[in-house]
Design a protein around this ligand. Structure first.
Ligand code: AMP
Ligand code: ZN
Length: 434
């Protein structure tokens, strides 16, 4: 089959560091000029005395103001647009639990570039036009739906907009259509496998599945390995967020050694969330992204709240786009219990080392006698010989990791609530937070 590789930007994927930075400076200057059309940025830049010509190197991005989710809410719905509304062809909105929702606007060019970015990610992990791509993630406002739909179509694959849920139908599609690749949130992939087991379907024998894109929620390396072994596939971490379009911001390559962030689309910074100063490579900090090829709504130094670290700027795959570690979580996901900072992913990492456990778990925080307590409920994948001993061993290993002793409850498979979108892992019922 003749492949149109125009959208793959093979030249841009393998640019040298100097070439990447030269492109970034050029695109950042253009972005700043363009942002002057947004009243929000115009005012900010004028107050700070910033001119596009002041940007002479990528490091000069630090002269620019940060943008926060609160800014998006305060300017709701269209206050951050840098083009007239009639140039926009789509918006995505996220509800958020407090205050105004946020709105991200797109021109046709933005949608095209977005599809190109997703296609580039999918090509990178070995998908080709003869693959059948089933998108088992929510459609509608959630960008994982349309984002992957257009990206997979752009690559030329037969794309099945299955959406999330109706697991029996998902499995029928997988077997009937010869699905070779799926995109879904990791927690939903494990649900599909559970139902396959109930149906007596062996994914290795009865399906053509070979590649999965998993993302949209934090997950551990252990979770990925579980998914790969369960289905006999390769599972690649996909990172995105609505504010940056959606999926296609970063993806693992076949080396599976971190997420390549596309630096011809974004300038990547990792900063200390307190001081907002850059942290050295290898140290964990908050991911800050600047869009450098967006038309409707460029965002300057957007504080994502996601915590990660730089792993490297080269890769055996030949791409020099920066590699970041899988997300440790969002700063808002951090639980502080008795003065100890804990991320749900630390708990997941330990639980999934036990083959007797399934991947479905729930952490509940309570206050008992003025003390913070944690209960970890986890479903069993198989009946252990001695469940008391198993719970004890899990408790011990968790204590080593999080430095306090949780109450561990082992539950039969299918007892905990199942989510088809992003999994809810923590229930905070502590009185101080009510
Ligand atoms: P949304 O804009 O609703 O799609 O949510 C974006 C957020 O989902 C990001 O800021 C991350 O917190 C989270 N997220 C997306 N992809 C990943 C991933 N691969 N690993 C961890 N967290 C992710
Ligand atoms: Zn690579």
């Amino acid at each position: 089959m003749q492949v149109n590789s125009e959208y793959l930007h093979p030249d841009k994927e393998c640019l040298s560091r100097e070439e990447i930075e030269a492109l970034q400076v050029k695109r950042l200057q253009e972005t700043l000029r363009h942002c002057m059309n947004s009243p929000f940025y115009k005012k900010k830049f004028e107050e700070m005395g910033i001119k596009p010509e002041d940007i002479k190197s990528v490091a000069d991005v630090r002269k620019l103001p940060f943008t926060t989710k609160q800014d998006l809410r305060d300017t709701y719905p269209f206050g951050l647009a840098s083009v007239p509304l009639e140039k926009c062809v789509r918006l995505h909105s996220s509800s958020g639990t407090t205050g105004n929702p946020t709105v991200i606007l797109h021109t046709q060019k933005d949608l095209d570039e977005w599809a190109n970015a997703v296609a580039r990610c999918l090509w990178m992990v070995g998908l080709r036009p003869n693959d059948v791509f089933q998108n088992s993630s929510g459609y509608g406002m959630f960008t994982g739906g349309l984002g992957f739909q257009y990206g997979a179509e752009r690559l030329g694959m037969l794309t099945v907009p299955a959406a999330a849920g109706n697991t029996l139908r998902q499995i029928k599609f997988i077997t009937d259509f010869g699905t070779t690749a799926i995109h879904a949130v990791p927690s939903y992939v494990t649900r599909i496998k559970e139902v396959m087991d109930q149906q007596g379907i062996d994914p290795r024998k009865d399906t053509k599945l070979r590649i999965l894109a998993i993302g949209a929620e934090p997950h551990s390396e252990e979770q990925r390995k579980r998914i790969e072994n369960m289905l006999g596939v390769k599972a690649y971490n996909s990172f995105g967020m609505s504010e940056m379009c959606g999926p296609g911001v970063a993806f693992e390559c076949k080396e599976q050694n971190g997420l390549h962030f596309w630096e011809d689309y974004y300038i990547v910074e990792i900063v200390d969330p307190e001081t907002l100063e850059p942290v050295p490579d290898g140290e964990i900090g908050e991911l800050v992204l600047t869009t450098i090829n967006r038309e409707a709504m460029p965002l300057i130094r957007y504080r994502t709240r996601d915590l990660t670290r730089v792993l490297g700027r080269t890769c055996p795959c030949g791409r020099n786009h920066i590699r970041l570690d899988r997300m440790k979580g969002r700063s808002d996901d951090m639980m502080v219990l008795r003065g100890v900072n804990i991320f749900p992913i630390q708990i997941e990492k330990i639980l999934l080392q036990f083959k007797e456990l399934s991947t479905n778990y729930l952490i509940t925080l309570t206050t008992d006698n003025d003390n913070d307590n944690m209960t970890v409920e986890v479903e069993l994948a198989s009946q252990p010989a001695d469940s008391v001993a198993l719970a004890k061993e899990i408790t011990r290993r968790l204590k080593d990791e999080i430095l306090l002793t949780p109450h561990v409850k082992l539950l039969p498979l299918g007892t905990l609530p199942q989510s088809e979108g992003k999994a809810v892992r923590v229930k905070d019922l502590r009185t101080v937070y009510q």
